[in-house]
Design a protein around this ligand. Structure first.
Ligand code: SAM
Ligand code: SF4
Length: 332
């Protein structure tokens, strides 16, 4: 039986947060101090994750994304990836990483079965990069990116969250990067998740700003081509450039009608929607394949039609409650 929800959306994609911990503290994702992390016993084990994915794969999950927190800080990640890639039905495993350890881990992760890579890189200058990530080292991440290109990840997508006062001045630099490298630069709208809504509103940058700045710089953005695993992004290309530019605008223009994804949190809960608090506990069902499968249907049964990010901080009629989790606890 396929994973179809009340709105006819077919789900074939599971995002797995393998840890809530991270070696950075990006301003849009986590507070600088005071985060409470899961202890080892609360974290899904490799065996448990594999069983949940097996249940999902029997129901039509075909694509996985490994995320976190920072997934590469989980001990033994390549071994887990290897096991996930051996599950019948799983066709594609992608990784989202901040790139801090990629220089040393890229080859091992590729060999384990990661085919596609999203690298979060919000600035190409050392100082703003550090201001956004609080502990990040731009040079190290750039070396990680070069290593990822060398070992042959394809496609490589750069995730650029635009945050007012931090990096909106680098939009043109990021556009120009696609003229030099065969990578996808994806601009992402800052989402009000795990954030004070008022503070978020002050720093939110609509992606229409990218078009305005491109035009002011005399850069033409022509329609791009479909990219493997392209998800909700819309692609454009500077004519003649090897790379492309993607736009992910969950706030100004959501793409919920085509949502095909479920999320598994590091503490073993299935989240049907990134934004709302509703979740289903799956960890308790490990060891009982039929019940695990049933949990996927329960998650779909409570999946709402859409999020309401643009109304963050306002009182809603729907009775739905936004999640209290930070993005690092969900996985993006
Ligand atoms: N640590 C990894 C990384 O940063 O790539 C994976 C986890 S991170 C939570 C996944 C993605 O979510 C990253 O691309 C990050 O930039 C994005 N993200 C985090 N908080 C966000 C927010 N408030 N709005 C938009 N994107 C956000
Ligand atoms: Fe860590 Fe990724 Fe969140 Fe940055 S966005 S704090 S790298 S989990």
């Amino acid at each position: 039986m396929a994973l179809v929800d009340r709105f006819g959306r077919v789900h074939d994609y599971l995002r797995i947060s393998v840890t809530d911990r991270c070696n950075l503290r990006c301003v849009y994702c986590m507070p600088e101090t005071g985060m409470q992390f899961l202890d080892e016993s609360q974290l899904m084990t490799d065996d448990e994750i594999v069983q949940v994915v097996q249940a999902g794969a029997e129901l039509g999950i075909r694509k996985l994304r490994i995320t976190g927190g920072e997934p590469t800080v989980r001990r033994g990640l390549p071994k887990l990836v290897e096991r996930l890639s051996a599950i019948p039905g799983i066709e594609d495993i992608a990784l989202t990483t901040n790139g801090m350890t990629l220089r040393d881990q890229a080859q091992e992760l590729k060999d384990a079965g990661i085919s596609r890579l999203n690298l979060s890189l919000d600035s190409m200058k050392a100082e703003p990069f550090q201001a956004i990530t609080r502990f990040g080292e731009f040079a190290r991440v750039w070396e990680g990116l070069e290593e990822a290109v060398r070992v042959g990840f394809s496609p490589i997508k750069l995730n650029v969250v635009l945050v007012g006062g931090f990096n909106e001045g680098e939009i043109v630099d990021f556009l120009r990067l696609t003229e030099r490298y065969p990578i996808m630069v994806r601009f992402i709208e800052y989402m009000p998740i795990g954030q004070d809504a008022k503070a978020w509103r002050k720093r939110y940058v609509p992606l229409t700003d990218v078009f305005t700045q491109a035009e002011a710089a005399g850069i033409e953005l022509a329609p791009g081509t479909e990219v493997r695993g392209n998800g909700p992004a819309q692609y454009y290309r500077i004519p003649g450039a090897p790379g492309q530019v993607g736009f992910i605008h969950p706030v100004s223009d959501h793409f919920c009608a085509t949502c095909n994804r479920l999320r598994l949190t590091a503490d073993g809960r299935l989240k049907p929607c990134l934004y709302w608090a509703d979740e289903v506990a799956v960890r308790d069902c490990v060891g009982q394949p039929e019940q695990l499968r049933e949990m996927f249907f329960r998650a779909l049964a409570i999946k709402p039609e859409k999020h309401e990010m643009s109304l963050a901080g306002e009182v809603l009629d729907s009775g739905l409650v936004p999640t209290l989790r930070t993005m690092s606890q969900i996985g993006g």
